[in-house]
Design a protein around this ligand. Structure first.
Ligand code: GLY
Length: 357
């Protein structure tokens, strides 16, 4: 992997060391309107490179991951006379690393960047693996590039002030990595839950490191998602459908919550299609129910959900949809198919496991 991964809570020192290693270039820090207020002042005290950098602030929120903000970012880089040697430090969640990562990938045909994720979701997913881009024409991530940053500095120091919902949302992607990796990793993750007052950001760092390495090892083998990287879609076909359904019905849910419910449903499908062990399915579902609650569904909602699943996929047929499924924990199988009857049955079982009527 081209991208260097640094796991430390001494983030300021890590930024300064990296900037020195990169030859003390001109630095632009990209923050959003939230991180500019709450994180930037901390980083300006902890890092000389950040204190001396030009700060570019973008609007927070996924709705602003668009061409207008991208153009504004390019304009800032141009006005500060950024060169091919300039380094962009992305200080924020996935919107910042996606948008500023794409701006860096395209400005003067590509300049270097460093990701400093400030949310658990970004640390475990967006900051690692080089997917960058913007939403376009009403569709998510339609314009973008695979472009790995020089480095990601993964820490847990910014998480102490995150709402519990944000922590749980990121933790769902860690659960996904545990399912993809091994029974041992999954057991450790199910023994912990990132909720207050138990939440302790120091205790999370080793778990986060193991989790990020699962993604890093996959990306290392298949950056452009031609095969193995599709395993990272586990839980996301149903998860994205739940997210879209919830938005349409004016009750949006956090991404990771939809992924957690999507994982339960796709483990049910894994049991049906690949004989995934039922005991593991039950204990995973119980963890999700305890920590994430249940997304309410009735059988009347199935056609709309299944239509959303189909939209998420390029090669669905009228009778079946493709998924990444698991034969067992640590044994992902990409490009599996489930029939519409199987999906409906899996949604019935999801409702039972989540104690819904
Ligand atoms: N979020 C999944 C991936 O980066 O491939």
């Amino acid at each position: 992997m081209k991208q260097k991964l640094i796991f430390t809570n001494l983030v300021g020192e890590a930024v300064d060391t990296l900037i020195t290693e990169l030859g003390n270039p001109q630095v632009a820090v990209v923050a959003d309107t939230n991180t500019a207020q709450f994180v930037l002042p901390i980083m300006q005290k902890a890092s000389k490179a950040v204190a001396d950098a030009t700060v570019i602030t973008i609007k927070a929120g996924d709705a602003n991951k668009n061409l207008d903000e991208l153009t504004a970012l390019w304009r800032h880089l141009s006005e500060m006379e950024a060169t091919r040697k300039t380094v962009v430090v992305n200080l924020g969640g996935g919107v910042v690393s996606d948008l500023a990562g794409f701006a860096a990938a395209t400005y003067k045909r590509g300049i270097r960047c460093i990701n400093v994720p400030t949310t658990l979701l970004a640390a475990v997913d967006a900051a690692v693996g080089g997917k960058t881009g913007v939403n376009f024409n009403g569709l998510k991530n339609q314009i973008g590039a695979f472009s790995e940053p020089e480095a990601a500095i993964i820490s847990t120091i910014f998480f102490n002030t995150l709402p519990e919902q944000e922590l749980l949302s990121g933790y769902a992607e860690m659960l996904k990595h545990g399912l993809l990796e091994s029974p041992q990793m999954l057991a450790k993750l199910l023994a912990y839950s990132p909720v207050y007052p138990v939440f302790n950001s120091e205790a999370l760092l080793p778990l986060l490191k193991d989790s990020v390495m699962v993604k890093a090892n996959i990306v290392d083998k298949d950056l452009k998602e031609s095969s193995l990287r599709k395993a990272l879609n586990l839980g996301h076909t149903v998860g994205h459908a739940i997210e879209a359904f919830a938005i349409k019905h004016q009750s949006p849910v956090a991404h990771g919550y939809a992924v957690a419910w999507g994982l339960v449903t796709e483990l049910v499908l894994s049991h049906m299609v690949l004989d995934f062990p039922v005991e593991t399915l039950r204990s995973f579902a119980e963890y999700v129910h305890t920590n994430y609650g249940a997304f309410p569904l009735t059988c009347k909602d199935y056609p709309e959900l299944i239509a959303a699943m189909r939209q998420d996929k390029k090669n669905a047929t009228p009778d079946a949809i493709n998924f990444t499924l698991l034969a067992a924990v640590g044994e992902p199988k990409i490009d599996c198919t489930a029939t519409i009857e199987q999906i409906e049955a899996a949604l019935d079982i999801y409702r039972d496991l989540m104690h819904l009527d």
